[in-house]
Design a protein around this ligand. Structure first.
Ligand code: ACM
Length: 497
């Protein structure tokens, strides 16, 4: 029997010779009520047809966290999770197994034993460069959770806008949220909106990681609390970006609608800045049930290294004081006083340059672990090919689907293997991304490569973890993605190297 096509590819799968299980929208589903509801949503659109038996969805403690077993026979389907997250993951697999044939909808007879390689499997959505409302975020949660991602990192603040209501600092959303890149409309989440996102994510077994990016990427703060902001540093890079993409030079107190980075900073030494961070982090932490709070730390290009180190020490300690574990982009690893246990997020290339690997190793030396987000592989906002209208190219782009696939988390940074890696995250920056259709067109299919890097065996370790296998398996998901209304880029178009 040919094995069904699944992404991410499971730990083990045996195709059985038995006849397939026939299924229609009215199939009897028993077991865990939340899981029953989750599967029912996928079956509702199917035509009513007799099913060849019942489907049981249950949790049975025993296997590794997040793992599940799935058994499909001619007359029964059973999905057994080691925990609720594992059961949910098994339902996503079942959804990919549904196939339409001449006899209607069926699930092939198969046995699967599956467990995730990494505990943290994230996607990041930048809601600052362009704001994306609650419905769009929910749609991205649907998409990501269907590929077994379990973390949604929201980049909530940047030079172009502040996107989360902070009750103790009301000017942030009153004055600094109205616009976006290109002069497009901005927006922000009320605290109730944010709670709604967190709850929706939780129902899809995803944890929200909020990011408040400091000390750089903070021009928007100058519109709300100008006393906290340094003057913009108009480097050659900023001038070049303005020449290439327009948007004008940043000016404190005026909305920034361009795409330059690295020009803004909070005042490092002021007690007012510490008080601001304390207020903001306290509210974000209180709103967020997950264990992490990301404080950014990237591209503080105009900040003196000693000042940056002092700031990172303070910001990471303030996050710890809220009871959360800090996460920071890899640059923060340069700071001697970084709070022990801080998680480092590496966004350099698959082959590290400029000492980015040294900075990342320092998180591990401090008792933390590492999230891998190599920009030349899984930054989903890179163009697929030079002609694509969406996306950027600075990360050694264009980035083909094949490049997004052919790397392994454990071989990026010497000394950082599976034990030091918390997980993998695929960011989607939104300078050129205005709506869900744009998100879909850039993320799909490359998001599937990131899903496999986070969930499946190491690249090259099994016959399935090869480009040839992945290319076939990911293309086979296109009918499902069409049914789900995803405006994906066809696999064949994503291929040019
Ligand atoms: C980043 O891309 N500046 C994290």
């Amino acid at each position: 029997m040919a094995a069904p096509h699944l992404v991410p590819t499971p730990t083990s799968m045996t195709a059985l010779p038995d006849a397939a299980f026939r299924i229609g929208s009215g199939a009897e589903i028993t077991g865990d009520p939340a899981a029953v509801a989750a599967l029912q949503r996928h079956l509702d659109p199917l035509p009513a047809a007799p099913s060849s038996g019942s489907i049981d969805l249950s949790v049975q403690a025993g296997g590794p966290a997040g793992s599940y077993r799935l058994a499909v026979g001619t007359a029964s389907v059973a999905v057994t999770g080691a925990d609720a997250a594992g059961l949910f993951a098994g339902i996503q697999t079942l959804t990919q197994l549904l196939a339409e044939g001449p006899d209607g909808w069926t699930i092939p007879a198969v046995r699967i034993d599956d467990a995730p390689r990494f505990a943290y499997r994230g996607v990041m959505l930048d809601v600052a460069r362009h704001f994306h409302g609650v419905d769009t975020v929910k749609a991205y949660i649907d998409r990501a959770s269907s590929l077994k991602f379990n973390v949604l990192h929201l980049h909530l603040s940047d030079d172009q806008g502040w996107r989360l209501e902070i009750l103790s600092r009301p000017e942030l959303t009153a004055r600094a949220a109205a616009t976006a890149v290109g002069g497009d409309a901005g927006g922000f989440y009320t605290q109730d909106d944010y709670r709604e996102i967190v709850a929706y994510a939780a129902a899809h077994h995803m944890t929200v990681v909020p990011e408040i990016d400091v000390p750089g990427h903070t021009h928007a703060v100058s519109l709300a609390y100008p006393e906290l902001s340094e003057q913009p540093v108009l480097s050659e890079h900023v001038q070049e970006t303005v020449a290439q993409f327009g948007g004008g030079l940043p000016e404190n107190g005026s909305a920034y609608e361009g795409m330059a980075v690295g020009f803004s900073s909070l005042k490092i030494h002021d007690e007012e800045t510490s008080a601001f961070l304390r207020d903001v982090f306290a509210e974000v932490a209180a709103l967020t049930p997950g264990p992490y709070l990301h404080f950014g730390g990237d591209e503080a290009l105009g900040t003196d290294p000693a000042d940056f180190a002092e700031f990172v020490a303070r910001a990471s300690a303030l996050v710890v004081a809220t009871g959360k574990t800090p996460i920071a982009w890899h640059e923060a690893g340069a700071a001697d006083g970084l709070a022990p246990g801080t998680i480092g997020q590496y966004w350099g290339f698959v082959s590290p340059t400029d000492g980015m690997d040294d900075k990342t190793r320092r998180f591990v030396a401090g008792g933390g672990r590492v999230i891998l987000s190599p920009a030349d592989a899984i930054y989903l906002d890179m163009k697929f090919d030079a002609a694509s209208p969406l996306g950027l190219t600075w990360a050694n782009g264009p980035t083909s689907l094949r490049r997004a696939y052919e790397w392994d988390p454990a071989t990026v940074i010497d000394g950082i293997g599976d034990a030091e890696i918390l997980g993998v995250e695929a960011p989607l920056w939104t300078e050129t991304v205005r709506d869900l259709a744009d998100i879909d067109a850039l993320a799909f299919p490359r998001i599937a490569a990131a899903a496999e890097a986070g969930w499946s065996a190491p690249f090259g370790a099994t016959p399935e973890r090869t480009w040839e296998s992945f290319r076939t398996r990911v293309a086979a998901l296109e009918p499902l993605w069409t049914r789900l209304g995803i405006s994906f880029t066809p696999v064949a178009e994503g291929e040019p190297a």
